[in-house]
Write a protein that binds this ligand. Structure first.
Ligand code: ACO
Ligand code: OAA
Length: 429
């Protein structure tokens, strides 16, 4: 028996819907409760109040603006740690000793090369392809190269897959960048640290020595730490859902990259910089704030708002400080920073933003720093994906190791037609 457009089935009864079918409003919550009471399921579009798993990796207190990785405050990790140390923490649950760190760095470094056939794979793309499209494809393609080593029931195989994933992301990301600008690929140089190696693969050119600028390396490493994990965000949930069927982990990460790309999620860093560029001058800010408040205008302030943070995103605070530091240290001035600061100040005093608890998120300031480091806008979400790979793979491994893990399979509230009989094509009205 199916429900009509205005009813739902509870037990064996049709129950009138309290709202028009398909409408998502406060009354729908009652339907969810109704379902829960009958022992069926809850109706929770967007999973606003559904926990899908237990996790020991990341803790967020959205009301207070607190973010902890394995119990450590993001502020401390960003100021005092480095990205591979954070990766170790994500994977193993503890900060490494010096010996463990050296061993981990060595093990990651051993896997930075990609198969030579990957070079040919790249040649199939248009030069103007978006680097996120290229990343979805290339990371997915890793599953074809490493399917042999991904018996996910074997702990060692899972670890090798994790190390390969973390190690190869910078190489692929740099290749995606070089390909779009028509320069030859630069191979990894493994006596460099993770982030410096990545910078060199992106910015070294043939016949010229590339000198790592420590300001760039430190700033980018910090940005990677800030992006490493964020519990069950859309892309991580995608990785877990794909992985819940036992799929190849490289394919699961490719699914996560695809999800991250959207402007409501990681793609907001690219969209935010484009928005700031379009605003162009602090005196235009008010106009854009008004647009964002207008219910008849789909425009939103990119880099503003968050599903969980109803307070300032702690990463945005660190990002804002880093942006100022990097521009000062490099002796640069970017007018977009003035626009961003003005936008934040006006929005935070505005009734609409106060009432809806909309604050800058991590994507609001990151673009200005990445621009100062020399990355084009189209690479911003790729850098996010590079860093988030650590969280994705740690969450994937945690899920595989969880004895209560089941295939992810949400239910739906059917609001389509009742059963009806097939009518031959010539007899349809
Ligand atoms: C790394 C990350 O993924 S961080 C998020 C990056 N994304 C962005 O910065 C894009 C802009 N922000 C948004 O679109 C949203 O705030 C999201 C997607 C981040 C969160 O979405 P949700 O939790 O589903 O909130 P939802 O979309 O229901 O918004 C709640 C209300 O605030 C308003 N709102 C939310 N964000 C914004 C915004 N950036 N500008 C203007 N209004 C906004 C909505 O219009 C809605 O208003 P209503 O209640 O009157 O309908
Ligand atoms: O947690 C979220 O929904 C989005 C986010 O900030 C992230 O993935 O970093």
């Amino acid at each position: 028996m199916s429900a009509s457009a205005s009813t739902i089935i509870v037990g064996d009864k049709h129950v009138e819907l309290p709202v028009k079918s398909g409408t998502i409003g406060p009354d729908v919550v009652d339907i969810g409760k109704l379902y829960a009471q009958t022992g069926k399921f809850t109706f929770d579009p967007g999973f606003t109040s559904t926990a899908s798993c237990e996790s020991k990796i990341t803790y967020i207190d959205g009301d207070e603006g607190i973010l902890l990785y394995r119990g450590y405050p993001i502020e401390q990790l960003a100021e005092q740690g480095d990205f591979l140390e954070t990766a170790y923490l994500m994977l193993f649950g503890q900060l490494p000793t010096s010996a463990q760190k050296a061993d981990f760095d060595y093990r990651v470094t051993r896997h930075t090369m990609v198969h030579d056939q990957m070079n040919r794979f790249f040649q199939g793309f248009r030069r103007d392809a978006h680097p996120m499209a290229v990343m979805v494809a290339c990371v997915g393609a890793l599953s074809a190269f490493y399917h042999d080593s991904t018996d996910i029931s074997d702990e060692n195989q899972r670890m090798i897959a994790s190390l390969r994933m973390i190690a190869k992301m910078p190489t692929l990301a740099a290749m995606a960048y070089k390909y779009t600008i028509g320069q030859p690929f630069v191979y990894p140089k493994n006596d460099l640290d993770y982030t410096s190696n990545f910078l060199r693969m992106c910015f070294a050119v043939p016949c010229e020595e590339y000198v790592i600028n420590p300001i760039y390396a430190r700033a980018l490493d910090k940005i990677f730490i800030l992006h490493a994990d964020h519990e069950q965000n859309a892309s991580t949930s995608t990785v877990r859902l794909a992985g819940s069927s036992g799929a190849n982990p490289f394919a699961c990460i490719a699914a996560g990259i695809a999800c991250l790309w959207g402007p409501a999620h990681g793609g907001a860093n690219e969209a935010a910089l484009k928005m700031l560029t379009e605003i162009g001058h602090p005196e235009n800010v008010q106009k854009y704030v008004a647009k964002a408040k207008d219910k008849n205008d789909p425009f939103r302030l990119m880099g503003f708002g968050h599903r969980v943070y109803k307070n300032y995103d702690p990463r945005a605070r660190i990002m804002q400080k880093t942006t100022h530091e990097v521009l000062n240290e490099l002796g640069l001035k970017d007018d977009l920073l003035e626009v961003a600061v003005q936008l934040e100040q006006i929005a935070l005093k505005d009734e609409y933003f106060i009432e809806k608890k909309l604050y800058p998120n991590i994507d609001f300031y990151s673009g200005i720093t990445l621009k100062a480091l020399g990355f084009p806008t189209s690479m911003f979400t790729v850098l996010f994906a590079l860093a988030r790979t650590v969280g994705w793979i740690a969450q994937w491994a945690e899920m595989i190791e969880d004895p209560s893990q089941k295939i992810g399979r949400p239910r739906q509230l059917y609001v389509g037609p009742d059963r009806r009989d097939y009518v031959a094509i010539g007899q349809r009205g």
